[in-house]
Design a protein around this ligand. Structure first.
Ligand code: HEM
Length: 402
């Protein structure tokens, strides 16, 4: 790219959904700390992305301001606004660490049972399709693992898994940077209220009938001095679905696509499915499920030699940082035998993904079972259609046979 030419990087460009990496490369090489004509800053280099993630005092979510900038002052009256404001995902210090410790403690404790559940779901799903030797990978498999795992983790009764996951899926437009239309806003508000009622009732039920689950663990957080309020516990229970569902579904889809676009790598895995565990980091680096996140600069800062004024919105690309040649040799090549690297797939600093062990376990179990159960898998296409979002990598559907 000619450095003198005006840069045309548009984070909303629908063409980025299919393959954003060439556009990141172009921008990283020409202007890695880029002031967009659209009014915000865009980071594509690992070094600056790591700085922003690591410094939660200087770079904050400022949820209220950013939502107001996106949807106008009236957004404060929308039901979703106050419910989301209580989620650790968008919370700033000092409340963030105070609440996160409860969520984290519970997820660590629940990991072994979640692992067992995931293994049994993966086996049951492959048994279900064993006779036909065909399925739609995203809907029949990738979506089912997180749906059951998160439902079970939270202590949601099995008969409600589908309806709760469906309501939660309607909340995803809240994470986009674009304004929401009236219809989307109405659907988001309706879904959050449905989920809030549901989890309030379930929390009351767990109070009388405690289970071995995350929601029961949150009761202890509510009862702790300076613990969570009930409203915070409910919002953060809903967050598990929002943060842990689409991301992992998307991840299983793109990981399988990457392996089939690189058949030598799929062969390595089918020859030795125990490689799945160590392959996960490299697969998620090569194609990263959560592409971007954002913060606001709380003071004037210098990033990559540029002066970024206080109050600037900074959009940073984890997917681009994961392909930065300054950190990763041959970044556009997939090598599941590469060994330890430092991909930034799950973020960093105080907001680093609290569900990353669960996510990695889900993907590992998916890979082990698919590599063992369907080594001869063929994808209907190596160029499937992606959902029209540039924040996440989600294949719409993908028929497979074996
Ligand atoms: C492959 C799957 C996943 C990816 C790529 C992913 C990625 C991320 C990233 C990049 C962040 C940090 C965002 C930021 O700093 O702005 C994050 C935060 C978070 N993730 Fe994940 N995630 C995944 C799966 C999960 C799962 C399965 C769960 C729940 C069980 C989960 C729960 C969360 C929560 C609650 C946060 C907010 C943490 C905080 O702000 O303190 N994620 N995730």
């Amino acid at each position: 790219m000619n450095v003198e030419a005006p840069l045309a990087f548009n984070p909303m460009d629908p063409d980025l959904a299919a393959n954003p990496y060439p556009a990141y490369k172009e921008l990283r090489e020409a202007d890695p700390v880029h002031q967009s004509p659209l009014g915000f800053w865009v980071l594509t280099r690992y070094a600056e992305v790591a700085v922003v993630l690591g410094d939660a005092e200087t770079y904050q979510h400022c949820y209220a301001q950013t939502q107001q900038a996106r949807l106008g002052d009236a957004v404060a009256e929308e039901p979703y606004f106050s419910r989301f404001q209580r989620m650790i995902f968008v919370m700033d210090q000092p409340r963030h660490p105070a609440l996160r410790k409860y969520v984290q403690g519970s997820l660590v404790q629940r990991l072994p049972s979640t692992r067992r559940k995931l293994q049994s779901i993966a086996e049951a799903l492959l048994d279900k399709y064993a006779a036909e030797r065909r399925m739609e990978l995203i809907g029949d498999f990738a979506l089912q693992l997180p749906k059951s795992a998160i439902g079970d983790l939270l202590g949601v009764p099995e008969e409600d898994h589908d309806s709760i996951a469906e309501s939660a899926a309607k909340l995803s437009p809240t994470f986009e940077f674009l304004p929401m239309g009236a219809e989307t806003l109405a659907s988001v508000n309706e879904s959050i209220l449905v989920l809030e009622d549901y989890f309030r009732d379930l929390l009351a039920h767990k109070r009388k009938h405690p289970g071995e689950d995350h929601l029961t663990d949150l009761l202890a957080a509510i009862d702790a001095p300076d613990g969570m309020t009930e409203d915070e516990a409910i919002s953060n229970a809903i967050l598990m679905y929002i943060a842990g569902h689409d991301t992992t579904t998307g991840a299983i889809g793109i990981v399988m696509l990457s392996l089939h676009r690189n058949p030598d790598q799929w062969k390595l895995l089918t020859d030795d499915p125990s490689l799945a565990r160590s392959a996960v980091d490299e697969l998620l680096r090569y194609d990263t499920p959560g592409q971007a996140t954002a913060r606001v600069a709380m003071r004037d800062v210098e990033l990559g030699g540029k002066q970024v004024p206080q109050g600037s919105m900074i959009l940073f690309y984890i997917g681009a940082a994961n392909h930065d040649p300054a950190v990763f040799e041959n970044p556009d090549q997939l090598n599941i035998l590469v060994g330890k690297r430092r991909p930034i797939t799950f973020g960093g600093g105080p907001h680093i993904c609290v569900g990353q062990s669960i996510a990695k376990t889900e993907i590992q179990i998916a890979l082990e079972n698919l590599a063992t159960g369907c080594p001869g898998m063929q994808l209907e296409t190596l160029n499937p259609e992606f959902r029209p979002t540039n924040l996440m990598r989600c294949i719409k559907s993908l028929n497979v046979t074996w």
